[in-house]
Design a binder for this molecule. Structure first.
Ligand code: FES
Ligand SMILES: [Fe+2]
Length: 412
């Protein structure tokens, strides 16, 4: 029976079924607080080391709106800085990636140059040139006083470059991730990886809705491919596992790729030590996903842009030692399922776009069910519940009543 307004707005009994108030996905104040309390406090894998293959290579990005630059130095070390000029806060580098080796029109080779007044910085973040320094500043300003803001940076877990805005973070990346990635650690670390695919999507939806799709596989009903190649006893026996800090492993099983017309077994190109055609998926709090389908690794990074907008960057990785032919096969395996025109990806993106439509800022609060219990197996929503337990702890906001504003009163 369809429900009237009062019935529609009546809260489900949380002792019977878990749910969240949709304002966790739509409230602007909550979004701003998430940036401060979560995104500025944790480790984020901003890119892969192979994107900075040579000294002087760089890559730019943002974390919680703060512009970041990572670059490789001549000692091979990758360092991270705020991409903000200490002079008058101009954005120093505007390109998404490139090299400082040959210099820019306004600067010298091997330094980064702020185009505004041509101050220069080396790969260690030291200021090495202030234009007309003596004439303007006499002895009142030394280059030593105006180095870049350095950020903590570690390369870990398959060569991802992790950066945090939090100088005082208590964990190393290894401690932060803990044993959540243990199930694919050997395949990830046995030999160097290399990026072969990058694309990004900007979706009008809240970032957590994307993480939710990666945390629950009940939504495999949207994926024809997964139903055909999975949905057998081994699939339904997969167990979710939860880890400290809100991370989740979504079990593993052997995908029957040959059940889908045009697809083939991925056994020959399995990552080292990986059982043939096994699929592993690991969700790292607050919005990172490692997804290993036998021959291709996908790593998703989300950059929340507003309460109702998220940028998702998709990276595809293979083994650095790949022959040209193997690499082409890996790329095909990756793109046919996960590329922008792949079999699965658009289905996930369309789903969260639909959720984004119904949960725009200002829409009435809705009840979002997180309540499937199925012995912690693949369609159990324990992964989402674990994530939101951690989220509620970091935010100090209960899921049922996350704002101080009461829900719209139900009419009598
Ligand atoms: S703002 Fe960068 S040199 Fe002036
Ligand atoms: Fe999906």
């Amino acid at each position: 029976m369809a429900r009237n307004e009062k019935q529609w707005n009546a809260h489900p009994d949380p002792s019977r079924i878990e749910w969240a108030d949709s304002r966790i996905y739509s409230d602007e104040e909550i979004f701003e607080e998430e940036l401060e309390k979560i995104w500025k406090k944790v480790w984020i894998p901003v890119c892969h080391e192979s994107e900075l293959a040579e000294p002087y290579d760089f890559r730019t990005m943002t974390i919680a709106r703060e512009p970041i630059i990572v670059c490789r130095d001549t000692d091979d070390k990758i360092r991270a800085f705020l991409n903000v000029c200490p002079h008058r806060a101009n954005l120093i580098e505007r390109r998404p990636s490139g090299s400082f080796k040959d210099g820019t029109p306004s600067g010298n080779p091997k330094n980064m140059t702020c185009m505004f007044h041509a101050w220069q910085f080396d790969m260690k973040g030291r200021c090495v040139h202030i234009s007309r320094a003596e004439e303007g500043y006499q002895d009142r300003l030394s280059p030593k006083d105006v180095g870049l803001r350095r950020l903590r940076c570690e390369v870990a877990f398959g060569g991802m470059v992790w950066v945090t805005l939090n100088d005082h973070i208590e964990h190393s990346v290894k401690d932060w991730v803990g044993s959540a990635l243990d199930c694919i650690l050997e395949p990830l670390e046995m030999e160097p990886l290399e990026i072969f695919h990058y694309h990004k999507s900007i979706i009008p939806s809240n970032y957590k809705l994307w993480h939710d799709t990666n945390s629950e596989f009940y939504h495999d009903f949207v994926h024809y491919h997964n139903r055909v190649t999975g949905f057998n006893d081994a699939y339904f026996a997969r167990k979710n596992m939860t880890f400290d800090n809100g991370h989740v492993v979504v079990g593993s099983f052997e995908v029957q790729y040959d059940q889908y017309e045009g697809f083939e077994s991925r056994e020959a190109l399995s990552f080292p030590t990986l059982p043939p055609n096994n699929w592993y998926m690991i969700d790292i709090f607050p919005g990172i996903n490692y997804n290993l389908r036998g021959s291709a690794l996908r790593v998703d990074l989300m950059t929340p842009l507003s309460a109702n907008e998220v940028m998702i960057e998709f990276r595809g990785l293979g083994l650095k030692s790949d022959s040209e032919e193997d690499r082409l096969t890996r790329i095909r395996h990756h793109n046919t399922i996960w590329g922008p025109m792949g079999r699965n990806l658009h289905e996930d993106l369309l789903s969260i776009t639909g959720q984004g439509v119904t949960m725009r800022p200002g829409t009435e609060p809705r009840h979002i069910l997180h309540g499937r219990h199925e012995n912690e197996t693949i369609h159990d929503e324990i992964g989402m519940r674990h994530y939101y337990d951690t989220w509620a702890e970091w935010m100090g906001r209960p899921l049922h009543n996350p704002t101080n504003r009461p829900p719209v009163a139900a009419a009598e």
